[in-house]
Design a binder for this molecule. Structure first.
Ligand code: PMP
Length: 305
């Protein structure tokens, strides 16, 4: 039996349904998260990656939309562990929590409604091709401006922007879109942050470039600095830098560390996964599975030992 956490209880996934009149379904006034848990076969243990960081972001984003839930970060981490145990998950899994207004009401507003949280799991492997790298296209759609629809929050309605860009890229035969912000600087992918390697240094759009404040972005900055001894510059990145970068990769919970081998029909570097990207992937994939002792603090074990 597959369960979801829905309206305060663990229920069979088939019963975790909302009414079509649900307010947030109409206006996109929901906040969601995406987490991964990785199966370590040698230890027979499932590790949730950055559980606290994701639930902390969820509660802060929800708070900004006046959605006060009766749960703490710790409560949500234990609910997620219980859900994974009930679903007997013994493989890599994706976890999707979503906070929404359950009210059957018409007005698009954020006050006077009742927030609810649902959490469910997905069995899914790679989101993008991490082993060969991907081809990307600079989108004709601009990233939504933080002063219109906050790009730094994971707000459901904002994902029309991602959907338009991703669809345009897929229909043109590419794997992913890169969105520029309204000032014309590089923002991010449709569901990933972006890094460039230039003259041996890593460059990534700063927080004020209308991007999501990615949790993987932070982890990767740590790994670049501490493990690979690569400097990281957080700044405005011009579109033209994409065409001369030595390496490019995307980061995200779903995308993990995805190499970009082509941008707008121009090869990135040699058109193959770059050296720094490959080393970063190796460390990242070992860290998230609990294979590097000093990054165990990133992980929450699910099963009691
Ligand atoms: N940007 C966007 C637009 C995203 O949807 C995501 C996925 N959450 C990311 C970046 C990467 O964020 P994180 O590393 O926290 O998953």
């Amino acid at each position: 039996m597959e369960y979801a956490f829905f309206e305060g209880d663990f229920v069979p996934i088939e019963s975790a349904n909302i009414n079509i009149k649900t307010n947030s379904f109409h206006y996109g006034t929901a906040i969601f998260e995406g987490l991964r848990a990785y199966w370590n076969d040698r230890e027979k243990q499932l590790y949730i990656l950055f559980a606290r960081e994701h639930y902390d972001r969820l509660l802060r984003n929800a708070g900004a939309l006046f959605m006060e839930l009766p749960y703490s970060v710790e409560d949500l981490v234990s609910i997620t562990r219980e859900l994974l145990i009930r679903n007997e998950v013994r493989q890599d899994v994706y976890i999707r929590p979503i906070v929404y207004f359950r009210d059957l009401a018409l007005t698009p507003k954020l006050i006077g409604y009742t927030p609810e949280i649902a959490i469910y799991t997905y069995n899914f492997g790679r989101y993008l091709d991490t082993s060969q790298g991907i081809r990307v296209k600079v989108s004709s759609w601009r990233r939504n401006d933080d002063n219109s629809i906050p790009s730094r929050w994971k707000v459901a309605g904002a994902y029309i922007n991602s959907a338009l860009a991703k669809t345009e890229a897929l229909m043109a035969g590419y794997d992913e879109a890169i969105l520029l912000n309204s000032q014309g600087y590089v923002a991010e992918g449709s569901g990933e942050n972006i890094f460039l390697i230039r003259e041996g240094r890593a460059v990534t759009p700063a927080y004020n470039e209308h991007i999501l404040e990615g949790i993987t972005r932070n982890a990767v900055i740590t790994l670049l600095k501490n493990e690979l001894l690569v400097n990281v510059e957080e700044r405005a990145v011009a579109r033209s830098e994409l065409y001369t970068a030595e390496e490019i990769f995307l980061t995200g919970t779903a995308a993990e560390v995805t190499p970009v081998v082509e941008v707008d029909n121009r090869r990135v570097g040699k058109g193959k996964i770059g050296e720094i990207t490959a080393q970063l992937q190796d460390i990242y994939f070992r860290a998230v599975r609990g294979e590097i002792e000093r990054y165990r603090s990133w992980l929450t074990p699910v099963y009691e030992k």
